[in-house]
Design a protein around this ligand. Sequence first.
Ligand SMILES: O=C(O)c1cccc(C(=O)CC[C@H]2O[C@@H](n3cnc4c(=O)[nH]cnc43)[C@H](O)[C@@H]2O)c1
Ligand code: ZN
Length: 379
Amino acid sequence: MSPHDQPITRAAPREACRRRFGEEPLTEHLDASAAPLRDLHAFIAGLPKAELHVHHVGSASPRIVSELASRHPDSKVPSDPEALVDFFTFTDFAHFIDVYLSVVDLIRTPEDVRLLTYEIARDLARQQVRYAELTITPWSSTRRNIDERAFMDAIEDARKSAEAEFGTVLRWCFDIPGEAGLEAAEETVRLATDDRLRPEGLVSFGLGGPEIGVERPQFKPYFDRAIAAGLRSVPHAGETTGPQTVWDALTDLRAERIGHGTSSAQDPKLLAHLAEHRIPLEVCPTSNIATRAVRTLDEHPIKEFVQAGVVITVNSDDPPMFGTDLNNEYAVAARLLNLHEQGLAELAKTAVDVSFLDEPGKARIRQEIDSYTASWLAP
Ligand SMILES: O=C(O)c1cccc(C(=O)CC[C@H]2O[C@@H](n3cnc4c(=O)[nH]cnc43)[C@H](O)[C@@H]2O)c1
Ligand SMILES: [Zn+2]
């Protein structure tokens, strides 16, 4: 039975947090002096969670990528999951984008879109993710001749099926691939605001791709239109460029949350501003290491963020590509921030609090987190 066929249970088994492609449980990130490794690991695996910064194509599991690569042998993406491990090893951010786009090229039909989206929801549910805001780049698919109506129907069908079958609530963030410029911006905001196309699950509007040479202010008119249509602003900023990109995202794009914001640690005034105005950073520790945005986990500024009073969430970004998943990112946070069960539960509740889910949905997940934690800690 493949891991994808196994039933999804709410009482998460002492499931290991698989690292890259089914390797043994990852325990290098847990502090042996705290709760026993196995217990904290198991606590995380069963903890109800929300993920706010995770990409659609970037979440294609090795099985899906392998399946799609075998359907499209003209692709340079290997169909052998083991060969994928090397293929998903990057020298820098630009290399990551190249690899990312080779996977984008594998998504060629509405059925590919639906299958990918549904399987991502299954993977999230297996980690007890109750809610996720999945970042999708529709321009990348429509420019590859996937019909826009069929694209929207495919993601919405997967979203409704996943909620009914896995209990995982998905919402969409549509993002502009910044490097593709204003033509992509125009198409993205059209797809996001045209009432005949806009999917029911769409809640936010983002900006991704390389930041170097892609100034945020040029996208202000498009974010203004998206915000006017009721969408929330969540651009990437400060991932591979300095704190000015974060300032620009705040002032020109009216960001309510910042994707990564890693370089904010270089600017004490920016940290103070983020803390004062409670603007969360969507922190993706392993992503920053994999793309070489940060050299080592111990050098990651996540601790500085917390010490400055900045609200943070922890996320996986492009999990299979970075050899991680959300459980592992929680294990990383536990080690770097010295968190135990209560601290991890608070981290999970913060993600729920700053999400764009409705209040009844937030209350339900908060209650689940509290009940789970209380029963875990009961003598
Ligand atoms: O689709 C195309 O043909 C295309 C042409 C030119 C440029 C692009 C992009 O830049 C797509 C980038 C795409 O990557 C997504 N992504 C995933 N993880 C990250 C991340 O950590 N930082 C930034 N971007 C990321 C994002 O959704 C972008 O839209 C595409
Ligand atoms: Zn991202």
